[in-house]
Design a protein around this ligand. Structure first.
Ligand SMILES: *Cc1c(COP(=O)(O)O)cnc(C)c1O
Length: 388
């Protein structure tokens, strides 16, 4: 590769620079000055766990999502686990989850003491549908955990309706969908609860772990505030009154400052993601790569840009050789993973086929349109080459 040095010099610098799968440094740069000011205030007051910055972010986040309340917690998995416990999910209760999701959705059901029941997904969107939910329902089903995977809501009109008909609690795993909408309504505002992760790489990300649950139920909010803080019931007498089984899942002031600062950029960043997705949709060869379909009644926020391709692992290697980073979300469906296989009830063909074919292209708001074009063209070339 020594000859590469002189070749590189003759080419325009841009085209030889690698395109990373994810780079969050641009988002950090957008907020760093405001974060430093907010952190000064946290240091001055010493309110590190909870406190004014957390309360402020909780109010802002509830308002943004169109719900009455938000409860800040330590991470997205806790948001799901804590919400499920507050909703009374326990031993013997089945919660339907998609087989194609990040493991935390199923993990939270088991942590809460429930039983995950895996449902298949639609081949176009790779999301749950009312039909795949219906196919997974049993007399023990208590809830459905819908996942807005890759930043898109499934048909929430149909899913809300089926949950209502069958008396199932609707839980939203909106960890990848901050700001996404269905029929003009925000992710997190459809279910009994909407659960968010603010892991650094999410559309709204902290400088560490963080999460939140949104709801418009005041009683559920009180219970979740108690569970996140060792089951403390302030109304029942204070600091050492532990009226319910709790856990420790509180949000830190330093993270809340970051989230408030970034929230002011979220809509603009999501808009940039949409513009990059439009470029992928325009340029990527639909005969050889199948981009995840977008449903008409929703507006996605493209946490991930996922295509389904043949020979996925080979495509990934060839893109890497061209300096294009990619990811796989997710290579193994949950119902075949070690700890969850015991809950599986037969094959789920769409999720299983997708796991072998899905590939995530670079997607973050500070990715340039030039780089998105290079990714699309690189992908087309690689796929054409493999077709020969
Ligand atoms: C990130 C993520 C979670 C878990 O969030 P953590 O903050 O990492 O615990 C849950 N569900 C989905 C779909 C996610 O993408």
């Amino acid at each position: 590769m020594t000859a590469g040095i002189s070749t590189d010099r003759q080419q325009p610098a841009r085209s030889s620079e690698p395109v990373p799968f994810l780079d969050i440094s641009g988002a950090t740069a957008d907020v760093v000055a405001e974060v430093r000011l907010g952190w000064d205030e946290v240091l001055r007051t010493g309110q590190y766990v909870g406190g004014a910055a957390v309360t402020r972010f909780e109010q802002e986040w509830a308002q943004y999502c169109g719900t009455d309340f938000a409860v800040g917690v330590a991470n997205g998995t806790d948001a799901l686990h804590l919400a499920m416990r507050a909703l009374g999910i326990g031993p013997g209760d089945e919660v339907i989850v998609p087989a194609n999701t990040f493991v935390a959705t199923a993990e939270a059901v088991v942590l809460a003491g429930g039983v995950p029941r895996f449902a298949d997904v639609d081949d176009g969107t790779l999301l749950l549908t009312a039909e795949t939910i219906k196919a997974a329902v049993t007399p023990a089903t208590k809830a459905v955990a819908v996942v807005h995977l890759y930043g898109q809501l499934p048909d929430m009109t149909a899913i809300s309706q089926i949950c209502e008909e069958l008396g199932l609690i609707l839980i939203e795993d909106a960890a990848q969908a901050q700001g996404a909408t269905w029929d003009g309504k925000k992710a997190g505002s459809f279910g009994a609860v909407g659960c968010f992760s603010f892991y650094p790489g999410k559309n709204l990300g902290a400088f560490g772990d963080a999460g939140a649950v949104v709801t418009s139920d005041p009683k559920l909010t009180d219970l979740m505030l108690s569970i996140r803080d060792h089951g403390r019931m302030q109304s029942a007498g204070g600091h050492y009154s532990h009226g319910v089984l709790g856990m420790n899942s509180r949000l830190d002031g330093v993270q809340a400052v970051v989230l408030s600062a970034k929230l002011r950029h979220l809509d603009e960043w999501n808009q940039q993601r949409r513009a990059l997705m439009a470029t992928y949709r325009e340029l990527i060869d639909p005969e050889r790569a199948k981009l995840v379909e977008q449903l008409e009644d929703g507006e996605g926020v493209h946490h991930l840009a996922v295509v389904q391709v043949d020979q996925r692992d080979r495509v990934r290697e060839l893109l890497a050789e061209r300096g294009i980073g990619t990811g796989i979300h997710y290579p193994v469906p949950c119902h075949v993973m070690g700890p969850y296989a015991q809950y599986a009830d037969g094959p789920l063909p769409v999720a299983e086929a997708a796991a072998a074919r899905q590939l995530s292209l670079p997607m973050f708001p500070h990715l340039s349109q030039d780089d998105a074009r290079r990714v699309a063209e690189g992908l087309n070339e690689v796929l054409a080459e493999l077709d020969r």
